[in-house]
Design a binder for this molecule. Structure first.
Ligand code: BGC
Ligand code: CA
Length: 292
């Protein structure tokens, strides 16, 4: 098994709960969010500037939208925006009265956006996974979810990889790209509590799955068969998600959290809450965008 390459801090430890890195190829920016800090970020690797905008409520994730702009999973809504000023157009309301909030999401190759909810107490399976179609229709495609997290697809698009963090596993589903439906759930990788809690994930250009480990100070790369191939260690305990970016998609961006750490842990991990960038020698594949 290979060890990690170099890790740089590209944005210092500003995030309470840094999450959802995604490369916006049109804008040539790395979009990411601070869920608990109610902040949408966009990092420009050329100027090294990280622009921020405050959102009205917690923001679970964002993804690029065809023609510019973003699709967003906010506290209890799915929304779109064409600007980077905090103003959004709500498309649908999700679980308005439930003790949940929107969390991670991603787009499939047909331009649909998927995002799920998590129980605020991270215990009860009261959340779900939703599909937002380009025409604005919303369908609940999976129930009994406790902490909906990373989502991505195999290179042939026929398998969806998905994390409900409470299950301590990365699962695979058969994916019907014509209908946007999932079936035949099975675990791909299981994690012990000592390894950490599986959180965000991304699939690279070789079809391998990179999984961020909350409490595990690392991102791990698994083959599509579930074999551990390498570990990238990071100087923060709560690693939340990873995505390839840069014009060549050869930079692995990794988000982290300050949330859930004691004062002494924060003193020992001054970089917790930073956006990291790693050179791994592996490239990502082009990010799918929302076609609505
Ligand atoms: C959630 C956090 C949660 C973590 C581990 C993240 O995606 O946003 O609130 O603590 O997963 O379950
Ligand atoms: Ca997450």
């Amino acid at each position: 098994m290979k060890a990690s390459g170099r890790v740089d801090v590209v944005v210092p430890a500003v995030a309470v709960l840094g999450e959802g890195p995604v490369w916006d190829a049109t804008q040539r920016r790395l979009i990411w969010v601070d869920i608990e800090g109610c902040t949408l970020h966009r990092y420009d690797p050329v100027s090294r500037e990280d622009q921020t905008v405050t959102t009205s409520g917690r923001i679970g994730c964002a993804a690029p939208r065809r023609g510019g702009g973003l699709v967003l999973a906010m506290e209890h809504t799915l929304a779109v925006t064409d600007r980077f000023d905090g103003d959004v157009e709500v498309i649908a309301t999700v679980e308005p009265a439930a003790p949940t909030r929107m969390n991670d999401g991603n787009c499939d190759s047909a331009g649909r956006f998927y995002a799920g909810t998590m129980a605020l107490d991270e215990r009860a399976p009261v959340g779900a996974l939703y599909r937002l179609d380009p025409d604005g229709a919303v369908e609940r495609i999976l129930g009994d979810v406790t902490v909906s997290n990373g989502i991505d697809w195999s290179l042939d698009g026929e398998t969806m990889f998905y994390v409900d963090s409470a299950s301590q596993s990365v699962d695979a589903f058969d994916f019907d790209v014509t209908a946007g439906r999932i079936s035949n759930r099975r675990p791909l990788v299981r994690f012990t509590v000592d390894e950490g809690i599986p959180d965000g994930l991304t699939v690279d250009a070789e079809g391998c799955v990179w999984v961020a480990l909350w409490g595990g100070s690392s991102v791990r790369r698994y083959t599509s068969g579930g074999e551990l191939e390498r570990v990238v260690r990071l100087p923060a305990q709560h690693i939340t998600s990873a995505a390839f970016g840069g014009d060549l998609l050869d930079e692995l961006y990794v988000t982290s959290a300050r949330e859930g750490l004691s004062e002494s842990e924060l003193d020992a991990q001054p970089e917790a809450g930073a956006l990291f960038r790693c050179r791994t020698g592996i490239v990502g594949r082009a990010q799918h965008v929302y076609a609505g």
